[in-house]
Design a protein around this ligand. Sequence first.
Ligand code: KG4
Ligand code: ZN
Length: 332
Amino acid sequence: MRILGIESSCDETAAAVVEDGRRILSSVVASQDDIHLRYGGVVPELASRQHVVSILAVVEEALSRAKLSMNEVEGIAVTRGPGLIGSLLVGLSTAKAISYAHRIPFVGVHHIEGHLEAALLSGNPSYPLIGLVASGGHTNLYRLPETGKYELLGQSRDDAAGEAFDKVAKICGLGFPGGPAIEKAAQGGDPTSIPFPRANLHPTLDFSFSGVKTAVALWIRKHGLPQGNRLADVAASFQEAAIDPLITKLLDAALRHEVRDVAVCGGVARNARFRQRLDHESSHRGLRLWLAPLELCTDNAAMIAAAGHARLARGEHDSLFLNAQATIPLSL
Ligand code: KG4
Ligand code: ZN
């Protein structure tokens, strides 16, 4: 079954065609980074306006790269939330219009379900498994008792992990988005040089990243804006302090719930140091790691098409009354 995926929950306008929930025939992502760069963060109104400008061209490009016409698409999967409401509405309205005009069934997909699917679509993981989503909007830990079921084990009580990267990059005078900028600045730095705090929150599996962000701000107030090797040390030390709790809680959840398979996804999972440590720690503990491929870590529509596949293949669809929601829990 060939599914057109549409994703517009934040600042990426994306469309993709995925066959049978696995084979990515095309995946197009139009980034808005240059629009939001000067503000140091995503400006919701500008994001939704740019989605309106880009969405049809992005959908057409996805079809053209897949060498398909719209009539050869058998289902549409679109992000219905969580996300920026104006941005979500552009993607959802586009999906509804195509669905109505071409008589193609559509389903609304939870954005986080899409992220998890990005880590799982490349193989056959064993359930139950533990899934960690570390993105700019969420840091959530789930137990998946079976495919398509999600039990929330822990989440960030304040900033998401990616948000902390973005904010620390801004404080350090680096670019936007902050994750890649911090990773680059951290190259050659000593991750043990500055002992930034790690929130433990034991015995919960929750996270907190506002403390480490404040600690970096206080360090800069005291020592001034770092440059050169000192900047590398600050960036590497922050990066380590942000990654540590993600790995600790993931391993703790796997141990507590006696699972062998763990999945990691979301924008922060692009980070090479994080990937390298995940690889090392999971093989050390005999865990099977499902790590989203680099191009599917940040927002994209292939993960949304893959996540919508099961419902569409069962013949299910949503009605044109489906609404976008800025916040929706992903639950059992
Ligand atoms: O999943 P995503 O594209 O959007 C949300 O759903 O939020 O994640 C974007 C987040 C941003 O906060 C960005 O700074 C972070 O992922 N990110 C990274 C890296 N690349 C992107 N964080 C750390 N290291 C990276 N290389
Ligand atoms: Zn996302």
